[in-house]
Write a protein of this length. Sequence first.
Length: 221
Amino acid sequence: MKLQFFPVMALALLPVLHSCTKSGFAPAPLAAVNVTNVVVGGVALTYNTTTLTVNNNNYSQLTMNAGSSQLNLYPAASPKTPYYNQTIQTSPGDNYSLFLSGASPTGTIDAVLIKESYTNYADSVCGVRFINLSPNSSPVCVNVTGQANGSTVSSLAYKEYSSFIKFPAVSANPSYAFQIRDVATGNVLASYTLTTPYFNNVTIVFRGLVSSPGITMVKNY
């Protein structure tokens, strides 16, 4: 009897073991969020309860469970005063970009959240988007160096952004030199030379105060 008992019990347990194994290894569906932290006077931010951080004047590509998910980004030294703490509704495979700007510690933190729909380029092109996150700026425009003012983007007020603009991405175009200008005066506020992101998308962020502006380049792939 003992010789027959153990095989029968083993067979009876197979569905249970299979169920446990299946549930234990089934990955949760995910969404992605690309967080850019360009808050003037800001610090590195911690993501939820993880050890992942987003440095100031930089970006990090993060993931969250699809569905109703909390996105909490806060300074490690003061978790009760987050830069951003919202619940986001997502679907599996969704892509978002979150841009944080404004001023810290005494000013307002501003957020721009974009649900992305990236283009997969089959031809020799790339996509370049521009966003104005300089909190005390007037509207700005963008041009490739040597071309007319505003010929790439005519005007972006604070927190406004362009679509992804297509540029040729072949060996003859290894880089592009862009100028960010004040629309009203035409003065160059910042310049940035972009190494061509062949077949991919990037966002060029105009950040900082107009007295000391800067550029952060974000990869959107």
